[in-house]
Design a protein around this ligand. Structure first.
Ligand code: MRU
Length: 357
């Protein structure tokens, strides 16, 4: 677990304190957020990211929105707050489920203080529940590995750890649980272009935990699977459709195909809040397109006096165009198991095993 000062989402009763993940690993800085609009910007600009963390932050943001109103809130005004928050980032389904639940809990209430109270207590409840679910998921995943195997080599993608959740993490939660069972875990963290969640955040979390971790670029996984025995690929997800197709950080699909070719088991780790049975297949999952400059320049290639080492930090010719889909869809056929807090399921089982919960 990260030290308390690194808990990424901290509710301070009057405002929200968010560890600014854009500045990691260079600086551990907190953003003090007092308004709903500031919360939306923090989500959109990825100061906070990861499907579960976005959902929890979104509900704290609504709480701030209710407080800003300081009067009665009509159901039209409640809907408008919810709609604005919903539009912050579209792919991860956790936020949209949480907003629906927030709406349900505020029904029949009109004064801002009662609405704020139910939203605040819901967000705090989500934090407790997400941590508990991640710990159970972690144990379920760890139990998939042979008891007598002491050294386990895992490739992971993006960041799915304590920074992306209320703690422990999903794919990184399994890694933490394996470590807690006394195993030596060796992690290969895809750097995860273009936002570098793997090299900036996963490597940071693994180093904080003392877990052996090597950063690889996203194109190195095939080489690695040929060179070393990789026991599993573990990834998180942003939304799973009813047939098991899974949206996760761009690059996940490529990794799944490479794993399939090398007979390396590919596991998707997620709590039940990431399963969207309203969608039949992954084709229906909306994919967020982010700005081209995330691909064409590194803003962090700056000297301490603020000058870019490359002009404007650009790593591409001026005027070069880029595509920047933030997520991709991994077909269910490449997924060996979904690892959840309720157990481990093959794709064809998820709608019966997780739907009614
Ligand atoms: O764009 P991000 O950093 O929010 O994307 C995060 C991911 O894709 C994670 O794998 C996913 O949200 C699961 S986090 C437990």
């Amino acid at each position: 677990m990260p030290q308390p000062e690194f808990l990424p989402i901290q509710w301070k009763s009057t405002h929200l304190s968010l560890l600014d993940q854009r500045a990691l690993p260079g600086k551990k800085e907190f953003l003090e957020i007092h308004t709903m609009e500031e919360t939306i910007v923090a989500i959109r600009e990825m100061a906070v990211r990861g499907a579960p963390a976005i959902a929890i932050t979104g509900i704290f943001g609504l709480t701030l929105g209710a407080k800003e109103k300081q009067g009665n809130l009509s159901s039209v005004e409640v809907d408008s707050l919810i709609k604005q928050m919903f539009e912050s980032r579209p792919t991860a389904v956790n936020l949209s489920f949480a907003l629906k639940e927030a709406k349900k809990r505020s029904e029949g209430k009109t004064d801002w203080e009662s609405i704020q109270r139910v939203w605040e207590s819901y967000a705090l409840e989500m934090m407790v529940e997400d941590l508990r679910a991640n710990q159970m998921l972690g144990e379920n995943g760890a139990n998939l590995f042979p008891k007598d195997q002491n050294e386990i080599h895992i490739i992971t993608h993006c960041n799915t750890g304590a920074l992306a959740t209320a703690g422990h993490g999903t794919a990184l939660g399994v890694i933490r649980s394996l470590r807690d069972q006394g195993k030596k875990v060796i992690v290969y963290a895809d750097e995860t272009r273009p936002f570098l969640q793997g090299s900036r955040l996963t490597a940071f979390e693994m180093m904080e935990e003392g877990i052996e971790c090597y950063i690889i670029t996203d194109g190195m996984s095939g080489w690695l699977m040929n060179q070393r025995k990789i026991d599993a690929v573990l990834v998180g997800c942003d939304r799973v459709a009813a047939n098991g197709d899974t949206a996760n950080k761009i690059g996940t699909y490529n990794l799944a195909i490479v794993a399939h070719e090398h007979n390396v088991p590919f596991y998707v780790c997620a709590t039940k809040d990431s399963f969207d049975f309203n969608l039949k297949t992954g084709d229906e999952i909306p994919i967020e397109m982010r700005k081209e400059s995330e691909v064409t320049q590194f803003d962090f290639l700056k000297t301490s006096d603020g000058n870019y080492l490359l002009p404007e930090g650009k790593t591409a010719p001026f005027g070069a165009r880029a595509l920047n889909p933030s997520f991709d869809i991994t077909k269910a056929k490449f997924i060996k198991n979904f690892i959840t807090e309720l157990g481990c399921f093959v794709p064809t089982e998820i709608s019966t095993r997780l739907k009614k919960v």
